[in-house]
Design a protein around this ligand. Structure first.
Ligand SMILES: N[C@@H](CCC(=O)N[C@@H](CS)C(=O)NCC(=O)O)C(=O)O
Length: 287
């Protein structure tokens, strides 16, 4: 098993918020990830559900664990929460920190195929294979491998949606705050998908939730999308949740879109509704 190093451990709401580092074989660099172990994990005699949380642009594993207040709800429901970083770190590809929406902290949860990104920028395989399996091995006494869900914010909401739709059955529950729902239609998505995958747009659709849902052929799923009404990126048509809702309706995939009056793109929105998302995941994972 891969070697894990404990970076930090803090007691919160009766459980422990931990951060580990490890050497990633997919990304070929050292990575941090967070794990919240709720109080029910103590003793190690019950198997608990797990929810992965994928962060947005400019984030590390720290933003969600310090700003959202999710631990209160994870502790209430007895859910383990795992949060990866948002890109490879320290690999020093020329241009990787020139912009905030591409390269470092902007891996977009895809597997890059274009040089020079394709060696390290493999966030899809990192999250859905390497970290998914690592968590099950490292915490095998408390993780229930049949009850795993995923959520995310913005770029990470896109990551949660495409991870679920591309890997039917891997995640039993999925929700997203302000996700990039139709990246092939927005400037962020076009920049990232073009940069990581090249100019052939027929490859981009394989990483676009609105396109993927039209072809989804897996276990029944309900998508929960949470969107702040004054989010500047929503107003600027980077996120396009209505396109995803329309695609879901066209193929009969249940979708809930909560439009939250007056909320923006920040963690103030996430903190306000993270409890509802944990209720949603718990209802599915603990059914
Ligand atoms: N001004 C923002 C623009 C990017 C942004 O809004 N990032 C979102 C995700 S797309 C975020 O979670 N930022 C970090 C935070 O709010 O803690 C920043 O630099 O953080």
């Amino acid at each position: 098993m891969e070697q894990l190093s404990l970076v930090s451990s803090n007691k919160i709401f009766g459980g422990y918020q931990k951060v580990y580092s490890h050497q990633s074989s997919e990304l070929k660099c050292k990575m941090n990830f967070s794990v919240y172990l709720p109080p029910q994990a103590e003793g190690g005699d019950v198997k608990l559900p797990v929810v992965f949380y994928l962060s947005g642009l400019t984030c590390s594993e720290q933003n969600f664990i310090t700003k959202s207040g999710f631990q209160r709800y994870a502790a209430d429901h007895g859910i383990i929460v795992v949060g990866p970083d948002t890109s490879p770190r320290g690999v020093k590809i020329p241009g990787d920190d020139d912009s905030w929406d591409f390269g470092v902290a902007a891996g977009f949860y895809v597997d890059a195929t274009k040089e020079p990104w394709s060696t390290n920028y493999r966030m899809a395989s990192y999250v859905n294979k390497e970290l998914y399996e690592l968590v099950q091995q490292a915490f095998n006494n408390v993780v229930d491998p049949d009850r795993i869900g995923i959520m995310g914010h913005s770029m990470g909401g896109h990551g949660a949606l495409i991870s679920t739709l591309r890997n039917p059955g891997l995640y039993k529950s999925v929700s997203a705050f302000a996700p990039i729902c139709n990246p092939i239609q927005g400037p962020w998505g076009a920049k990232a998908l073009g940069g990581y995958l090249g100019d052939d747009k027929s490859k981009w659709v394989e990483w676009d939730a609105t396109e993927l849902v039209k072809k989804y052929d897996g276990p029944p799923l309900t998508l929960l999308i949470d969107q702040g009404s004054i989010d500047q990126f929503y107003v600027d048509k980077q996120l396009l949740p209505e396109n995803l809702v329309e695609a879901c309706r066209s193929v009969g995939v249940p979708v809930i879109l909560k439009l939250r009056e007056g909320y923006d793109h920040s963690y103030y929105h996430i903190a306000s509704y993270i409890g509802e998302h944990f209720d949603f995941h718990a209802k599915i994972l603990k059914a």
